[in-house]
Design a protein around this ligand. Structure first.
Ligand code: NAD
Length: 231
């Protein structure tokens, strides 16, 4: 079966990474406009770099939870699974997911301020850009008003999928918020896993309420058993 999974900040909540909307427009005590927009970065690049550096430390101390492992299990079950995440952490990779489309970028990478070339964060510490000699780097994270990555591939896979699964996303951030509507229009079966009903709940044929780390692994085991897919 062709399946597309979309994950959001909620899947990493049980790993101790706070979500976006938990705190009324504040993200880890910062105003979202200050740390997730290009304008905020131009106003004060040091605050933004410091914010993502702290987040990188937090993420490197976190471990995947049962929901991340269940996603990887489904990907390896024989079904054709595209995993799309809005998250910038690497907990899916750590849980063993064989492929992950990071539509909002990743904390592991930075972009040169001068030439925009991407580099692994660890390779840029105390070094200049090997392409242009630029001295400063911005996080390779897609901020509000910027174009998300992999959209053509994601759109094409959603149009072909038989099942669209959303885990821990509020349905507030576009274009990801439009994926469930597209899937349901294209006759895919849609399922939402969330602790509460999201903005997008009307586009889901099935809604499973509860913590993803508790509900999703149970669902995956049952799904693999009933569809009899083997490794
Ligand atoms: P969001 O914060 O807007 O929404 C989180 C959703 O997860 C909510 O609907 C909430 O009800 C649900 N949720 C919370 N705990 C849950 C749990 N244990 N199980 C299931 N659901 C749970 O997140 P979003 O929709 O992903 O959009 C926020 C943006 O912020 C994304 O673009 C992302 O890049 C960024 N972000 C990323 C991280 C991360 O990388 N871990 C963390 C915070 C924000």
């Amino acid at each position: 079966m062709k399946i597309v999974i979309l994950t959001g900040a909620g899947i990493s909540a049980e790993s101790g990474i706070s979500t976006f909307r938990d705190t009324d427009g504040l993200w880890n005590n910062h105003n979202v406009q200050d740390v997730a927009t290009l304008e905020g970065y131009h106003r004060n690049p040091d605050i933004v770099r410091g914010f993502y550096s702290d987040l990188r430390t937090k993420v490197s101390n976190a471990s995947p939870n049962a929901a991340h492992y269940a996603v990887a299990k489904l990907q390896k079950s024989g079904h054709d699974v595209t995993l799309v995440t809005q998250n910038i952490d690497d907990l899916h990779e750590e849980a063993g997911s064989p492929s992950v489309l990071h539509m909002h970028g990743s904390l592991d990478k930075v972009r040169c301020d001068l030439c925009n070339e991407k580099h692994l964060y660890l390779e840029t510490l105390n070094r200049a850009c090997p392409f242009c000699g630029g001295q400063t780097f911005r996080p390779d994270v897609v901020w509000f008003g910027e174009q998300p990555y992999h959209l053509t591939e994601i759109d094409s896979d959603i149009r072909k999928c038989n099942m669209f699964i959303s885990i821990g996303t509020s349905g507030n951030v576009y274009p990801a918020a439009g994926f469930a509507k597209l899937a349901v229009k294209k006759m895919g079966y849609t399922i939402e896993f969330n602790t509460s009903l999201s903005e997008n709940s009307r586009y889901f044929k099935e809604r499973i309420l509860g913590k993803a780390g508790e509900t999703f692994p149970v669902w995956v085991d049952k799904f693999i058993e009933t569809t009899k897919c083997s490794n």
